[in-house]
Ligand binder design. Structure first.
Ligand SMILES: [Zn+2]
Length: 190
């Protein structure tokens, strides 16, 4: 890898360590020409296949940009958005596939966003799932209430356990090779 300071075509690794719980390797490098040091981060490639058939590298920044719009005016800070994007990346990487469908990325956003802010969740879900009628919102709100009631009665309110359950749910109904459109709730057809 060339030096970003002087563009010398080679550099020397002086330190390597795991980052992001093993999902990445961070390497400290030194340039033999200008002696400056810099860091590189190595992750397994993860490609997102869009509905158009085009592909692009997975980007946490794009996840955050999409969710930020839904969070406009809501009490959600940048740290929470960064954590959500990390959760989304972990969920899609857990599928074990090097390429995931864009709609699976969207699915992986829904569960952590629901736990983060319900209004933002409704906004995101309405666009992502293509709500067209008041009935779609009513069905989704009914589902949110059921989810809350379940959490309240099952004693699963611990954040960690909930997150694990949501991840499992997302993986169950959104396989990485499943090209089907997002599931439409049966009661959402008015
Ligand atoms: Zn250099």
């Amino acid at each position: 890898m060339h030096c970003p300071f002087c563009r010398h075509p080679d550099s020397r690794v002086v330190d390597s360590r795991e980052a992001d719980d093993g999902a990445a390797i961070r390497r400290r490098r030194a340039c033999p020409s200008c002696n400056k040091r810099f860091t590189t981060v190595e992750t397994a490639g993860l490609t997102v296949a869009k509905r158009s058939g085009a592909t692009e590298p997975f980007s946490r920044a794009k996840v955050i940009a999409g969710v930020r719009k839904a969070c406009s005016g809501r009490p959600v800070d940048e740290d929470a958005l960064a954590r959500l994007a990390q959760q989304v990346e972990e969920t899609v990487r857990a599928s074990g596939c090097a390429e995931v469908a864009a709609h699976d990325v969207g699915l992986a956003i829904l569960a952590p966003l629901r736990d983060l802010d319900e209004v933002a969740y409704m906004r995101f879900a309405s666009v992502y799932r293509g709500f067209e009628h008041l009935g779609d919102f009513e069905a989704e709100i009914a589902e949110l209430r059921t989810h809350q009631a379940l959490l309240a009665t099952s004693g699963l309110a611990e954040a960690g356990e909930t997150a694990a359950g949501e991840t499992a749910a997302v993986l169950r109904y959104g396989g990485a090779h499943d090209p089907a459109p997002p599931p439409v709730h049966a009661t959402s057809a008015r």
